[in-house]
Design a protein around this ligand. Sequence first.
Ligand code: HEM
Length: 166
Amino acid sequence: MTFAGLDVVARWLHLLGLLVWIGHNYANVVQRPRYQPVDPLDREAADELFAQAARREHGTFRYASLVVLASGLYMLWFRGIVAETLTLRGQFAVLGLGVWIGLLMTANLWFVLWPHQKKVLGFVPAPHAERVRCSRITFLSSRTNTILSFPAVFLMIAGAHAPMLF
Ligand code: HEM
């Protein structure tokens, strides 16, 4: 397959990865509109089936973020605009802002949400008070990515129009 053909596949994977990753965030907002501290008597959390489902669910959207990152970086590389975009130069500033938000969202997911989520879900043993503290952090981290997704989507799409705008 040519690099140009791979660029089409990358754009497709970028959108698919987004639908899974950001779709999960939006579903979260609908299912849990308000913060609920973890309940120590929550039998479900101790249930192996629940643990398996949670591992699958959290694994799927977490790795979808890496598909978004890799496909996005490939598209930047193929277009030869990595430096211009990351340094917000000229017409690439619009896409660049979107990319920096995208990178922030990916870091938030892997270095803030996931380490705390492992304790909330019981994948890493932790006392109840620590699980409650972590559930607050995962709630705020997830909501932050949900909010950041709005400007990210807008800037990524507007970035393709920038040559006509600037
Ligand atoms: C993680 C780092 C990311 C990088 C490096 C990246 C890079 C890119 C690039 C290079 C494009 C193609 C722009 C063009 O058509 O010229 C693009 C398109 C797009 N990106 Fe990203 N992106 C990232 C994350 C995200 C995130 C987190 C979102 C949404 C929350 C997002 C949403 C989009 C959308 C909606 C498009 C337009 C797709 C289309 O026109 O077909 N991207 N991205």
